[in-house]
Design a protein around this ligand. Structure first.
Ligand code: 6GU
Length: 244
């Protein structure tokens, strides 16, 4: 997979992509990430990428010409085709399903929005997808791009240590992940649940499933609404939620 990121702050990406899973995926040749400075595509000597909104209003907007020029140039740098994703608080909400969908692409071109927004012609005629990472406003699309790239790259087969590692993640089954423990079995008087030490895989699986349901009901009842629970699980949850 090839990912091209168009940004006015390419330097912001040097830390996050040079550590951990993204770094390893790049080293393994599973993904190539290219950063492009949108200012390189400005046509004036001041390298202007923003301007005032027509009709008045607060702040500045990103001009269309440098963004169109950047996407056209970058697109020509490789034969692969894929979505042109504009990162903006006006986009569709990013979640695990979107991460999996994007991870299936051969190529992503990601545009980091900035200032008070982006000229609407970029939304309408250049971007093929618009993504927001949540209902809050960031100063720019860069942090969102890091979030999206991290979540996408870990879905590429081979990016994680074990091929099954991402299947257990929170959201992979539409529920939050169950609690996990490592050694020591007892720490400052806090002990690991007995069942996890029992070696009984059936019991362990049942405990984990119930803990997933409990966490999801407590922290993300919205997710529980679309999960499939057996009658027994519903009963168990009712009993155990009310006893907390
Ligand atoms: Cl993609 N960009 C900005 N600027 N703010 C956001 C966002 C994106 N997603 C959530 N908030």
């Amino acid at each position: 997979m090839r990912i091209d990121i168009l940004t006015i702050f390419p330097g912001m990406f040097s830390g996050p992509f040079e550590e951990s899973i993204v770094k390893r995926a790049v080293e393994k040749g599973l993904v190539q990430i290219f950063l492009h400075d949108i200012r390189d595509y400005a046509s004036d000597k001041h390298r202007t990428v923003d301007d005032y909104p027509f009709g008045g209003g607060q702040g500045m907007l990103m001009k269309p010409e440098p963004l169109f020029a950047a996407v056209e140039d970058v697109q020509g740098q490789a034969a692969e085709r894929g979505p042109i994703v504009l990162l903006t608080p006006q986009g569709r909400l990013f979640d695990q399903e979107v991460a999996v969908e994007l991870a299936r692409q051969d190529r992503l071109i990601v545009i980091c929005g900035h200032y008070e927004g982006v000229d609407a012609r970029v939304h309408e005629h250049l971007a093929t997808d618009e993504i927001s990472i949540g209902d809050y406003v960031l100063s720019g699309g860069e942090l969102a791009a890091m979030v999206v790239v991290d979540a996408v790259v870990r879905q590429i087969p081979g990016a994680l240590g074990s091929p099954l590692s991402s299947g257990d993640d929170s959201f992979a089954q539409g529920l939050l992940e169950h609690p996990q423990y490592t050694r020591p079995a007892e720490f400052r008087g806090m002990s690991v649940p007995e069942v996890l030490l029992s070696g009984n895989h059936g019991e362990i699986a049942r405990w984990r499933r119930r803990q997933s349901l409990l966490r999801t009901a407590q922290n993300r009842p919205d997710l529980l609404a679309s999960a499939e629970l057996t009658e027994e699980e519903k009963q168990w949850l009712l009993t155990n939620l009310s006893s907390q």
